[in-house]
Write a protein that binds this ligand. Structure first.
Ligand code: ZN
Length: 254
């Protein structure tokens, strides 16, 4: 008859507790639905409010992740305004978690379309690539690439952080898609696949008009080049106004 020694049992039990603690930490996701409350997101007077679509995708994503055994923390789960520093503070109170911010894009030019994903911290690059590849492979949209940019929620978070722009609400095709629950569910499923680091079956190459450098399987735009180009056509520059204002202010303070 096999008997476990009490000390061995105690060591085993504490090892398991430690392992499950470490495991549980890695499987905590802080989900951030962009905008909310008086902040509709997008350009002024935009037909489709961004805040509703980001919340809907985030709630769908929460259900999927929870079904996969993840612990999910929401920076908001209703139509309320949450200041960016509060979003960051929530994220930073879960060390060992990852932060995923959900947005939709906008532009004054209706033709602008596609999916783009942002990160800032170098420890976030692989998560950004995984999410981006999965979202692009599941959407009929252009691949606008992965970009490193110091948005407030990416720069101030102390955990791996990614911001995904799930298409342009100002584009007739992508806007119409975003209005359907089926498509928002698909987006949530693809983001979840990315969080789970599942391989994407196929990712369309980066949009030809965008200049890029290829790093392995990832497409990363050259920040210096893309910034001046991007600023003029300005899709996302309107998008995170408060973060930009703050970063500019910070620069002048430095
Ligand atoms: Zn946004």
């Amino acid at each position: 008859m096999n008997r476990l020694h009490p000390i061995a049992l105690a060591i085993f039990a504490s090892f398991m507790a430690l392992a499950s603690f470490a495991f549980g930490q890695g499987r905590t996701i802080v989900l951030d639905a962009g905008h909310g409350g008086y902040d509709r997101g997008g350009v002024p007077g935009q037909r489709i409010a961004e805040k509703d679509k980001t919340l809907d995708v985030a709630l769908r994503l929460r259900r999927i992740l929870q079904a996969n055994g993840y612990r999910v923390i929401m920076t908001r789960d209703s139509d309320v305004f949450v200041p960016l520093p509060t979003r960051v503070a929530i994220a930073n109170s879960y060390r060992g978690a990852s932060f995923v911010s959900i947005h939709f894009n906008c532009a004054s030019r209706v033709g602008a379309n596609g999916i783009e994903t942002y990160y800032y911290r170098s420890d976030s690059a692989s998560l950004a690539a995984s999410i981006h590849r999965n979202v692009v492979s599941g959407a009929p949209s252009e691949n606008r690439g992965i970009r490193r940019r110091g948005f407030y929620v990416l720069r101030r978070t102390a955990i791996p952080s990614v911001l995904v722009e799930c298409g342009f609400l100002t584009n007739p095709t992508e806007g119409r898609l975003a209005l359907t629950g089926d498509y928002r569910q698909k987006l949530a499923e693809q983001i979840a696949r990315g969080i789970r680091r599942e391989p994407a079956p196929y990712t369309r190459p980066l949009t030809a008009s965008l200049r890029s450098v290829s790093l392995g399987n990832d497409f990363v735009r050259v920040p210096a080049e893309s910034f001046s180009r991007h600023r003029k056509s300005s899709k996302s520059s309107r998008h995170h106004v408060s973060s930009k204002k703050k970063s500019r202010k910070k620069k002048s303070e430095d």
